[in-house]
Design a protein around this ligand. Structure first.
Ligand SMILES: [Zn+2]
Length: 288
């Protein structure tokens, strides 16, 4: 049995049918089936597709490939270090694996790096589950990161049982707060990462400079978070990251900031050869 299929059957209790909400179990390492026989195939690469309808997403393979390059370069490492401390703090009693959901995991590098960091710094194994709307993203994740469970799913049709996770990480990705509440244990934590006002500011200035575009504020996102969760911690992580030539294109491609910007303008910005970029993120920790 593949490592993926092993994990899926070991943790099949995490799942519930996104159509009729009844419990599910794995069948012959090939599918997840509910009591009413709704059946979801486990792909050859090891992920399971639990989406109930096709979803259009603007996130394509090129964007995911770019995020992977940045994620592996160390771009987010200072963030991972802080996140992992918070995840471990949010975890459960000793000897139990922390169950972590990465909601909007994309191509999976964030979750993988967090699992590695927690193993290295805390000697703990973490059950990681990554979920994303994008099949392209999940396919990339499952191909290279066999130590986690990967699912294509829409949290509006949630495929996880109530109280399944000790911690949910939601990084630079939209939230489904009602779904998060349902999936967290009573003392579980939601950790949401949002851009701060200086996030990628050099890049922003290059592509929008002089167009009078107002500066970004995350106040509204924080208020929305507080409408659904009790905000117990808010930390700002801000650092500058040195870019070499191999990272400039991926940086450009990884962010929706570049969407809708004329190719000519992007090219001009690229030609400026940025040497350093500011990473400015806010980490919100919420309890139910
Ligand atoms: Zn069902």
């Amino acid at each position: 049995m593949s490592e993926h299929a092993n994990l899926l059957s070991k943790y099949q209790d995490l799942f519930r049918c996104p159509i009729c909400f009844s419990p599910m179990e794995t069948a012959h390492s090939q599918s997840l089936v509910c009591r009413r026989r709704h059946c979801f195939d486990i792909a050859r690469q090891g992920y399971v597709n639990l989406s109930v309808r096709p979803v259009h997403t603007l996130y394509d393979k090129r964007l995911f490939a770019s995020r992977r390059i940045l994620g592996r370069s160390g771009f987010f490492d200072p963030l991972y270090d802080i996140l992992c401390k918070k995840i471990v703090k949010a975890g459960r009693a000793e000897n139990q694996r922390i169950r972590l959901l990465d909601a909007g995991c994309g191509e999976g590098t964030h979750l993988h790096r967090m699992q590695e960091t927690i193993r290295r710094d805390f000697g703990m194994e973490l059950l990681g589950v990554g979920v994303d709307l994008s099949k392209d993203g999940i396919r990339l994740a499952s191909r290279e990161y066999p130590n986690a469970i990967w699912c294509v799913a829409d949290l509006a049709h949630c495929p996880f049982a109530p109280s399944s996770f000790d911690c949910i990480v939601n990084m630079l990705s939209p939230s489904n707060y009602a779904g998060f509440r349902r999936m967290l244990t009573d003392d579980g934590a939601l950790i949401k990462v949002i851009p701060g006002k200086d996030y990628l500011k050099e890049w922003r200035e290059l592509i929008h400079g002089g167009t009078g575009k107002p500066s970004y504020s995350n106040d509204r996102t924080v208020s929305r978070f507080q409408e659904h969760f009790k905000l117990v911690e808010a930390d700002r992580v801000r650092y500058r990251y040195a870019l070499d030539d191999t990272l400039i294109q991926p940086l450009l491609r990884m962010t929706p900031l570049s969407w809708g910007v004329a190719e000519e303008r992007l090219q001009q910005a690229l030609d400026r050869n940025l040497k350093e970029i500011t990473v400015d993120l806010t980490i919100l920790v919420g309890r139910t």
